[in-house]
Design a protein around this ligand. Structure first.
Ligand code: B4P
Length: 188
């Protein structure tokens, strides 16, 4: 199973990616998590990513694409993977198609997790209290939402055009959303 999970910040991508990866026995690859681990480890990649992430902007494509290409060349992804948070613009989507074609592979489905702005703000502000992520402040959340609407929403249209899109409601209990995701993928 080769899956992409797309959706606005706070829709529950990271939360559901871990559960879907368990269900399908594939690794969940979160570009946000990889960047955060590099920021924490004070690596060169982390230093580059931090200035963009802290403002809610996308990390430049050359940095992000190279990182994903390296990750997809590792052995544990040969049987499948779940990409969480990548691609985030149409250029990255085209790049991903090329990376997969190099391995003679293609995506099986792209899941869009849908949630409204009020629920998103509520979740992320709650997470801010618990985890203190620098990009979970009100101003930066607003910026991330506008980046999503302008830059990432066209990725959804790109995959819809390829007949790969599965839309799932991300509102409700975490378990209920997971059941919805699994059912929607099974129905496909
Ligand atoms: P991400 O790490 O992808 O952050 P995110 O969009 O906020 O999603 P996340 O997975 O953390 O949150 P989730 O919705 O699961 O990206 C962070 C930054 O990294 C970006 O702004 C960008 O700078 C950079 N970046 C990442 N990928 C990039 C790329 N491809 N190109 C360029 N830059 C990139 O969960 C949110 C909260 O909701 C959690 O606290 C969770 O507990 C809660 N929640 C989840 N499901 C819930 C439910 N059903 N009910 C109630 N709460 C729920």
């Amino acid at each position: 199973m080769r899956l992409v999970l797309v959706g606005p910040p706070g829709a529950g991508k990271g939360t559901q990616a871990a559960r879907l990866a368990d269900a399908y026995h594939v690794p969940a690859i979160s570009t946000g998590d990889i960047f955060r681990a590099n920021v924490k480890g004070e690596t060169e990649l982390g230093r580059k990513a931090q200035e963009y992430m802290s403002h809610g902007a996308l990390v430049p494509d050359d940095v992000t694409n190279d990182m994903v290409r390296d990750r997809l060349a590792e052995h544990d992804v040969t049987a499948g993977f779940l990409l969480d948070g990548y691609p985030r613009n149409p250029e990255q989507a085209v790049e991903l198609d090329g990376m997969l074609a190099d391995h003679g592979a293609a995506l099986d489905a792209v899941v869009e997790l849908v949630a409204d702005s009020d629920e998103i703000a509520r979740r992320l502000l709650k997470r801010a209290e618990i985890e203190g992520r620098v990009d979970d402040t009100e101003d930066v959340i607003r910026k991330r939402l506008s980046v999503y609407a302008e830059t990432t929403a066209p990725v959804v249209a790109y995959y819809e055009g390829q007949g790969l899109l599965v839309k799932v409601d991300g509102i409700g209990e975490v378990d209920a959303v997971t059941d919805r995701l699994v059912d929607a993928l099974r129905a496909r």
